[in-house]
Ligand binder design. Structure first.
Ligand SMILES: [Zn+2]
Length: 89
């Protein structure tokens, strides 16, 4: 998982084409799992490497951390939380 500045760049691993996709990422922290789906990212069509827009990776990490906080405070979430992002097309 890496950041790139320009979305038109090819994959830095294999030179493959990057496609805009909405992906799901899972995070685990002290036995608590959170899942974020609907994250906009660029995914290499060849090797599957994931790239975020500038600043995007930080925002995804911040969102995951917020979910971990919620899971710990709430206790009722049974060690698994999912957040779904949807945007108008
Ligand atoms: Zn690639």
């Amino acid at each position: 998982m890496r950041k790139i500045d320009v979305s038109k760049e090819p994959c830095s691993e294999c030179g493959g084409r990057l496609e805009r996709k909405h992906i799901t990422q899972e995070f685990e922290h002290e036995g608590v799992k959170v899942k974020l789906s609907g994250i906009a990212a660029l995914v290499c069509a060849d090797c599957g490497d994931i790239y975020f827009q500038p600043g995007g990776a930080d925002k995804v990490a911040a969102a995951a951390n917020s979910l971990f906080d919620l899971a710990v405070v709430g206790k009722q979430h049974k060690r698994s939380l999912t957040a779904q992002i949807s945007q108008p097309q």
